[in-house]
Design a protein around this ligand. Structure first.
Ligand code: 0CM
Ligand code: SF4
Length: 321
């Protein structure tokens, strides 16, 4: 060991991290559907935004498709955790598909808010990322009333019919801090802007961000396990950098961790997005241990106990045997 090599190398692992209640339910929905009805089970879009989860379910007999028109007439299709627009339900019905809706109940809650405010003829400002499936599903509930606000840059382009009748809603997996700032800027333009009845950014997203803030402050490097299309995982990388980490990287698994990232580093933070199986985090920790970072400490900021029941249409068939 030369004089430059740090002597105490440690890993801080954020908790909570990884699977949230909505992901757990969505993945189990596909697994139980495969057991109950047999393969193939079609899934519209990735059930959750994680490459490894998708590959594992494919190996068990799930077939992932982009649209319902790719599902054979009369077959079974599962809708992903991110939710779908009503038009997707209509297309599925027209093709006589048996549908199982694995939309996270916390996404459904935002759909219901959108429907309620649209019925009262409000202009709805939906803060979210353009092109994200969740935003497409929510906006599809009331396309005539909803306009997308994609971050700060979207604020100046907003036009409303009546500034006294405007509400903001959001995607569930955004940055808490950035959304607060976007809302503040919207409120400068529309002082009577109404808040959602309850937080749309879900408990899992905000808890994982709070936890990574804690470890980022003490880590030179933060490794976030998650896939490139996972909004909540990507936000963890940004938050880590904003809260003190000199560098933060998103990796699908241990094979993407590069030895040179660790040069001169004494503390590595590790966390994972809400769609990430814990074994992938374990793989990263094993790789770090092999590179001299074997002193692992878990830093818990809050305990989670949320659970969601499986979709009722699946529960009914499971009960019937
Ligand atoms: O919305 P996001 O891209 O973060 O999705 P995900 O599948 O990575 O995480 C869970 C969810 C939802 C809705
Ligand atoms: Fe539901 Fe939140 Fe998990 Fe998305 S991240 S599936 S909204 S609990």
């Amino acid at each position: 060991m030369d004089a430059q090599t740090p002597t105490t190398r440690r890993v801080l692992v954020a908790k909570p991290r990884g699977y949230c209640a909505g992901v757990d339910r969505a993945v189990e929905t596909v697994e139980k559907a495969l057991e109950r009805y047999g393969a193939p089970i079609y899934v519209r879009k990735q059930i959750v935004h994680n490459t490894h989860v998708v590959k594992t379910l494919e190996a068990k007999g799930a077939i992932f498709v982009e649209e319902t028109e790719a599902v054979p007439e009369g077959a079974i299709v599962v809708f992903s955790a991110h939710g779908v627009a009503p038009s997707v339900h209509e297309e599925a019905a027209a093709r006589r598909l048996k549908t199982i809706d694995a939309t996270c109940p916390l996404v459904t809650k935002v759909h219901n808010e959108a429907k309620r405010f649209a019925a009262k003829d409000y202009d709805i400002l939906l803060i979210g990322h353009d092109g994200h499936e969740e935003v497409e599903g929510t906006a599809g509930e009331a396309p005539d009333h909803i306009q997308l606000v994609d971050g700060f840059d979207g604020v100046s382009g907003v036009t409303v019919r009546d500034p006294e009748k405007v509400v903001w809603l959001s995607q569930t997996t955004l940055s808490v801090d950035e959304t607060t700032e976007t809302v503040a800027r919207l409120r400068e333009r529309f002082p009577n802007l109404i808040d959602p009845p309850s937080d749309d950014i879900c408990y899992a997203t905000s808890n994982r961000q709070a936890a990574v803030k804690q470890i980022a402050a003490e880590s030179e490097l933060v490794v976030v396990v998650g896939s490139a299309n996972s909004s909540n995982s990507k936000r963890l990388v940004e938050v880590a950098k904003d809260y003190g980490a000199e560098a933060a990287y998103l990796v699908d698994d241990a094979s993407f961790v590069r030895e040179e990232w660790l040069e001169g580093v004494t503390t590595v933070g590790v966390t994972s997005g809400a769609s990430v199986p814990e074994e992938l985090v374990e793989g990263v920790l094993a790789k770090l241990a092999g590179l001299g970072f074997a002193d692992v400490h878990e830093v818990e900021t809050v305990k989670e106990s949320m659970r969601f029941a499986l979709p009722h249409e699946l529960r009914r068939d499971l009960r019937a045997g």
